[in-house]
Design a protein around this ligand. Sequence first.
Ligand SMILES: C[S@@+](CC[C@H](N)C(=O)[O-])C[C@H]1O[C@@H](n2cnc3c(N)ncnc32)[C@H](O)[C@@H]1O
Length: 493
Amino acid sequence: MLSVLEQRRVALSRSTDAARKAKLGQFLTPASTATFMAGLFTNTQGEQCRLLDAGAGIGSLSCAFLEQCATGKLCFGHVDVEAFEIDHALHAELERSLSGFTGRLPLDFEINAKDFIEEAVRRIIYGHGSNFTHAILNPPYKKIGNGSYHRRIMQDVKIEVVNLYAAFVALAIALMAEGGQLVAIIPRSFCNGPYYRPFRDYLRRKTALRRMHLFESRNTAFKDDGVLQENLILHLEVGGRQEAVVVSHSLDDQFTDLAVQAYPFARIVVPTDSERCIHVPQGDSGAEALSAVCTHTLSELGISVSTGPVVDFRLREYLRDLPEPGTIPLLYPGHFGAQALEWPKVGLRKPNAIQRNPATEKWLYPNGHYCVVRRFSSKEEKRRIFASVVRPDAFADATMLGFENHLNVFHDGKHGLPAALARGLAVYLNTSTVDRGFRSFNGHTQVNATDLKVIKYPSREMLMELGASVTEVPQDQHAIDALVKEISEHGKR
Ligand SMILES: C[S@@+](CC[C@H](N)C(=O)[O-])C[C@H]1O[C@@H](n2cnc3c(N)ncnc32)[C@H](O)[C@@H]1O
C-alpha cells in the first residue's frame, strides 16, 4: 500500500513544476520518513482516534499512520481522519490513498478543501476545536508577511508566527485535546532567533517535547524536490509534563545510522537563556568537558557584542574606496581572510574607508583591540563561526574605526578590549566545540549578535590566559582545539 503511494508521490513530484511547488509549499514526504514519523506515536488506551493531517498532499502521512493502526502497532476502536488540502488537483489521489484503508480498519475520513489557517482560526474563535487526539504534519513553508491576511487573522487567536509551518503547528496544537500527540516535520529555523521566540514560547506553554530527530544532511529529507534546509521531526504531547527528551540523528531518510540518546530538558532549552533557543544536542565528550567550565554569559564577563554599526548604504556619500585625509578605516568581512587582517585591501570591491564627521561619528568606535565574527558564512565553510582579532597597530595612526554591518563586534561599552581578552575570545569562538554547540541550536549559516549572546563562555581569567598564550589566533583547527582543551582542563583543577 505505502509503496504504491510512494510511486505516486515520486511521479507527482516530477510532474509538478517548481513554481507550483513553491507557491503551495508542495514538498511531499517520502515513505521512509512518513513511516518513521508515524512510528513515533505512543500507544495510548483511547478508543477513538481523531487524526488531523493539515496540508495533507496525497495523504502520505495519514497513510503511514493508518498503516501503524492496520498492523496493530497503534490500537483504536475507530479512527476518524480529517485531511485538509487546499489544492483540489490533489483530492482524487488523496481520496484514493485514504480509501485504501477503509476495508482494513474501522475508519472514516473527510477531505477538507478549506484553507487550514482560516478554518482553524474560525474553529478556535467559535469553540469548535480541541478534539483531535493525534496530528501528523508536514506543513507548507513560506514566510508570512507583516500585514498579510494570515498574520492578521492569527492575531485574533493570539498566535504570532512568521512562517506558514509555524502557523500550521501552532493551530494544530490549539485544535487538539489534552494528552493529544503531534508529530511534525519542519525546518529547523524556529530553534533560534528573535522572530520565532513567540512560537518557541507557545510550544513550551502548550506542549511537552518528547522527541526530536534531526537529519544531518541539509539535502536529504526532500531530496526529490531539491529542498536545501535542515529538517527536524518533533513529537509533542499537548498539556504534557516536560521530562527528559529523546534526541536522535541520522544522516538521511534511510535511518541506517540512527543514533538515539535521552537528555535532560535543561540541555535542550538552557534555563537561564532568555531567548529560549532550542538545542539539538549530539553526544560529544569534548563538549561536556568544555561546557563544565564555560558557564559565563557575556554580560557577566563585562563584554558586549553588537552588529557592526556602519550600515553602508545609509552612509553611502561618506564612503571612500581608499583612505584619504579626513577618513578612518572601514572594516568589512572581506578584510579578514584565512590569514591575518588585510587593510586597506585593493580590489575588495568594497570601500576601505569612511569620512569621520558629525554624520558618521556616532557609528564609529575608538581604534583598539576587538574580536569580530562574520555574520554570514557559506555552506562549504568548515565552521559557521569565524572569529578574528582587530589590532590597533594595523591602522597606523587611525583614531577611530568603522565596523560594517556584516560583522559582529565584541567590545567593552563601544571601546576596545584588553589585547589578550580579544585574542582569547577569538580562539575560543573558533573551536570545533563552540561550532558544534552553535549548530545544535542554529540551523542556518547566519551568525547574529543574539546568537553570540546565547553561547556560554569561560571565565574572563581563562579567556585572558588563552589569549596570552598566543601572539596570533592559530589557523590550524587541531591547534585551536588542543589549546582550548589544555586551558579548560587546567581551569577545572
Ligand atoms: C509540504 S506539503 C506536504 C504534503 C503532505 N503532508 C506530505 O507530507 O506529503 C504541504 C501541503 O499543504 C498544502 N497547503 C498549502 N497551503 C495550505 C493551506 N492554507 N491550507 C491547506 N493546505 C495547504 C499544499 O498544497 C501541500 O500539498
